[in-house]
Design a binder for this molecule. Structure first.
Ligand code: ZN
Length: 177
C-alpha cells in the first residue's frame, strides 16, 4: 500500500510507501520538502493504485495527470452519435449553378452573374477542400463555376470584339473622311 499526494509547490503527484506517512519527502521535480500525509489525498488513477512497494530512495516516476486536463474536447467541432462531422457552413452549389446558368443562357448583364458564379464557386470549392463546407455540393459548385467562367470568357470576348469593331469603324471612317 502506498500514499499519493500532490507536491505543494509544483502540484505533481508523488507516491511513497505508506510506512513513510507523516515524514518529510523531497519532490524529485522541484525539490520542495513536502509533509507526507497519513493517507492518499490526491485523486488516484485506478490503474496506478496499489503500488509494488517501491523503496523511498527511488523517486516516484508515475505522475498522474490532473483529471480536468484529460477531457478538453474541441467546443467548435460537434459530432453526431455516428461520429459524422456536422458542417456548420452549408454549401451554395444550387445558387452558384443558377448563377452560372443565368450568365450563360440569359442576360449576362455587365458579366455580373458569370463573375459571381466564378468567384463564389472558387471560394466555396477551396472551403470544401479544406473541410469547412458541406462536400455534397462540390459537383454543383464546380459546374456552376465552370459555366460562370465560360460565359464570362465568352461575353468578355464578344465585348472586346464589339469594342474592336467600333474602334476600327471609327478609325476607318476617320481615314475615309
Ligand atoms: Zn514539486
Amino acid at each position: 500500500m502506498s500514499i499519493e499526494f500532490q507536491c505543494k509547490q509544483c502540484l505533481s503527484t508523488l507516491r511513497v510507501p505508506s510506512e513513510h506517512a507523516g515524514k518529510q519527502a523531497k519532490c524529485p521535480k522541484c525539490e520542495f520538502i513536502n509533509m507526507i500525509p497519513m493517507s492518499t489525498t490526491a485523486p488516484v488513477d485506478s490503474a496506478n493504485a496499489g503500488g509494488t512497494g517501491n523503496t523511498f530512495t527511488q523517486p516516484p516516476t508515475d505522475f498522474s495527470q490532473p483529471k480536468s486536463q484529460t477531457t478538453d474536447a474541441n467546443p467548435y467541432q460537434s459530432t453526431t452519435a455516428g461520429g459524422v462531422p456536422q458542417y456548420t457552413v452549408a454549401h451554395r452549389g444550387g445558387l452558384i449553378l443558377a448563377l452560372g446558368i443565368i450568365s450563360l443562357v440569359g442576360c449576362n448583364c455587365f458579366l455580373v452573374p458569370g463573375i459571381l458564379a466564378w468567384i463564389l464557386g472558387a471560394s466555396d470549392l477551396s472551403k470544401i477542400k479544406a473541410g469547412r463546407m458541406d462536400p455534397s455540393g462540390e459537383s454543383l459548385t464546380r459546374v456552376g463555376m465552370i459555366l460562370g467562367i465560360v460565359s464570362t470568357g465568352f461575353y468578355a470576348l464578344m465585348g472586346l470584339l464589339y469594342f474592336a469593331m467600333a474602334v476600327a469603324s471609327m478609325a476607318f471612317d476617320g481615314g475615309n473622311f
